[in-house]
Write a protein of this length. Structure first.
Length: 317
């Protein structure tokens, strides 16, 4: 059963009516209401298109957090062949908030990693809702170093509210692990591409998103802090989260304009959660194009391109 966000209630009502008419048509074979169903479906489709063409930043935040959006493991399952996961940081232990390994993407060897939120209560707890601990970022460093050793490009899928803020994580060097992962992303001699597939929050996101090319799904968000966190700091009131989301410029459209990201990947009408397979395919096409554009570059050229990209952010001509 499809779940609707609060602002989608008009769509929910229309689609509910469509389902009711279909049931009537199926039950009463003699009653022909095909035309009525078609008209109502068309009206619902148009209403959905109109709604999603003008989402506010806060509404985009809600869409980015939708539990039915495809997660990292969904992308790996659909896009990567012969995937071999790597586990552990060889220092403390395994952190399943970040998953990663090696496989083949459309015939090319690739290293892929990303935050995994989980899609059931059990898996969300196991993956800690995508909030990584230090060992998760140290595992990411291990993956990147292995990829560089074998001249394999790196793809990062970002979907986290932020790094885990627990006492144990801080005791084991959370800030240092994030800094080392960010530094390793920036210093790689192989191409790396990051895709914000849902929520890109704080240092927990940038730790694996400091890439040659940064892409965002159309209704994803990317920010230094969550709207709720910003509202609690600025106004001491989390109810101001909608105002914070608007003023922080966290949408893909704003960030492309500022040069923070390089490309927006369009989602199916109604968001990636309505048609996960189509969304994953679009990301795959964008990745293939991005990797092709970066192919054949020397390690020094790759580092220079990445350095120039980040130094150019915020500079006016």
């Amino acid at each position: 059963m499809r779940s609707y966000l609060d602002f989608e209630k008009p769509i929910a009502e229309l689609e509910s009516k469509v389902e009711e008419l279909r049931e009537v048509a199926a039950r009463d074979g003699g009653v022909s209401i095909t035309d009525e169903v078609a008209k109502l479906e068309q009206k619902a489709d148009q209403a959905l298109k109109d709604l999603y063409s003008g989402l506010t930043p806060w509404q985009k935040t809600l869409v980015a957090r939708h539990p039915a959006r495809p997660h990292t493991l969904d992308y790996i399952a659909k896009l990567i062949e012969d995937f071999t996961p790597l586990a552990g940081d060889r220092v403390f232990g395994e952190d399943e908030a970040i998953v990663g390994g090696f496989g083949r993407f459309r015939g090319q060897s690739i290293c892929i990693m990303g935050h995994e939120r989980g899609d059931t209560t059990e898996t969300r707890i196991r993956h800690n809702f995508g909030m990584a601990r230090p060992e998760g970022y140290r595992k990411a460093v291990r993956l990147m170093e292995t990829a560089e050793r074998f001249d394999i490009p790196v793809v990062s899928l970002v979907d986290t509210a932020g790094a885990y803020p627990g006492i144990g994580a801080e005791e084991r060097g959370q800030a240092e692990a994030i800094a080392r992962s960010t530094d390793r992303s920036l210093s790689l001699g192989v191409p790396n591409i990051a895709v914000i597939i849902g929520e890109g929050g704080s240092g927990g996101a940038i730790a694996i998103a400091a890439a040659n090319r940064v892409m965002m799904l159309e209704h994803s968000i990317y920010s230094v802090i969550s709207p709720e966190g910003a509202a609690s700091i600025l106004w001491r009131d989390t109810a101001k989260a909608q105002d914070a989301a608007t003023n922080m410029k966290i949408t893909a459209q704003d960030l492309l304009r500022f040069g923070v990201i390089d490309q927006i990947v369009n989602e199916p009408v109604g968001g990636a959660h309505r048609d996960p397979d189509a969304a994953i395919l679009r990301v795959g096409d964008a990745l293939a194009q991005g990797l092709q554009q970066l192919a054949g570059q020397s390690p020094d050229d790759i580092r220079k391109l990445r350095r120039d990209k980040f130094l150019a952010i915020g500079r006016s001509v």
